[in-house]
Design a protein around this ligand. Structure first.
Ligand code: SF4
Length: 416
């Protein structure tokens, strides 16, 4: 009988993808959904903030209480920051970097404790052709980041930006589309930098993807404002572009953007967002509140600016210190409660804008139904807005066009 392995994934989509690659590469072991019966547990960790490291540590303590037989393995970003110390403390059996994930069988079979951080310049050549239980497929197109935002540890643990081979990506998309996937979400550490090292571009890749039979909608993970180039602007009206873009601003005060060592400039961000809004796009952004130096005055300015932007979605975080980054030593720090209150203020404002956007939109919704919960279907439309559908038919995995629906505060609602 094969030994059983349980995968515990923390963090972002890139980690989800990496776990999927490990699962697809596994041959000598069986995957289990039950961590208590596992002989091995692979922790695919995140290290974005000091808090993320704490989550990994508490998960290890939790396993130590509930399953004393399992050998623990650590991979993901945390392998580089916390791997050595956890190994020294004898809390894990082995540490391996992302570059080793396709060798998962070899890693799990190692008898002696080991530390193999791997190669930060590695790039996958793996083709994952099915994402179990999901109707949308996440495709990793690049790895690493050349930016050096002051608060961020990611470039140090994921390396510089490098792109996956285009023919591999298209092969992956072709297989997935043949398996019934219609929506593709392009992910990576810094998706918009795709192609810079291989003399191509994100826009070219997306155009080629759209020509694959079965590809219906393409969505991008988070991109940086400066990556929306003139070439990219030319594909904005294509029917296969999801009418939603997530563009990371992180802040809207020019002074804060400088402190955070960001490459975007508020004035240009505003022009870009207005162009996208004119073309009917819903626009989301990432935002960090409470970064050191965010005074009351700078916050007020940021809020005034954010109100001016045609935003519909937000992924806001309170600043969380990450040792080893320039921001970790910046002063004055912002009190955690103040940072939370600012996040709440921003979130409330964007929720209102989202409701206004949905109310003002008079067209049809192109919806992919993703799940069924408590007697209702849940899906996302072309603007990345949630819709709940009441229906007698089994709709999971279906694309439906909805003409009549009700706009409620939290989401849209339809009966079909
Ligand atoms: S763009 Fe900035 S925040 Fe994003 S991964 Fe790169 S350094 Fe980190």
């Amino acid at each position: 009988m094969k030994k059983k392995v349980y995968f515990k994934t923390f963090g972002c989509r890139t980690n989800l993808y990496d776990s999927q690659v490990m699962m697809s590469s596994l041959q000598d072991y069986e995957i289990t959904e039950n961590e208590e019966e596992a002989d091995a547990i692979v922790i695919n960790s995140c290290t974005v903030t000091n808090g993320a490291d704490t989550h990994v540590r508490s998960y290890i303590s939790h396993v130590e209480k509930n399953n004393t037989q399992a050998k623990l393995f650590l991979t993901g970003c945390g392998a580089h920051t916390k791997g050595e110390s956890l190994l020294k403390e004898n809390r894990i059996h082995g540490v391996f970097g992302q570059s080793e994930k396709q060798k998962i069988d070899t890693m799990l079979a190692k008898e002696k404790p080991f530390y193999e951080p791997g190669d930060l310049n590695h790039i996958d050549d793996m083709v994952v052709d099915e994402f179990v239980g999901k109707s949308r497929a996440f495709i990793k197109i690049q790895e690493g980041c050349n930016f050096r935002c002051s608060y961020c540890i990611i470039p140090y643990v994921r390396g510089d930006a490098r792109s996956m081979d285009e023919s591999r990506i298209l092969e992956q998309i072709t297989k997935l589309a043949a398996n019934g996937f219609g929506e593709f979400i392009l992910t990576g550490t810094n998706v918009g930098s795709y192609g810079q090292d291989t003399k191509t571009s994100l826009a070219k890749l997306m155009k080629r993807m759209s020509q694959v039979r079965g590809v219906r909608r393409i969505r991008l993970g988070s991109v940086e404002p400066i990556q929306i180039t003139d070439e990219f602007k030319e594909i904005l009206d294509e029917p296969w572009m999801e009418k939603h873009m997530h563009i990371a601003l992180q802040h809207t005060s020019p002074k804060m953007l400088k402190l955070m060592n960001r490459r975007n400039v508020y004035k240009q961000d505003k022009e870009l967002f207005e162009l996208l809004a004119e073309k009917g796009y819903a626009i989301g952004t990432d935002f960090i509140t409470g970064h050191p130096g965010e005074s009351e005055a700078l916050w007020s300015e940021a809020m005034l600016n954010a109100v001016e932007l045609p935003l519909t979605h937000i992924h806001a975080f309170t600043y969380s210190k990450r040792d080893g980054t320039p921001s970790a030593t910046m002063k004055p720090e912002v009190n955690g409660k103040v940072a939370k209150a600012r996040l709440h203020e921003l979130q409330t404002m964007i929720d209102k804008k989202n409701y206004e956007f949905r109310t003002a939109f008079k067209g049809e919704l192109d919806v992919l139904i993703e799940s069924y919960k408590d007697g209702l279907y849940h899906g996302l439309d072309q603007h990345f807005n949630k819709i709940i559908v009441d229906s007698k038919e089994d709709l999971v995995g279906n694309w439906i066009n909805i003409k009549k629906y009700e706009v409620k505060k939290d989401c849209n609602y339809a009966r079909i």
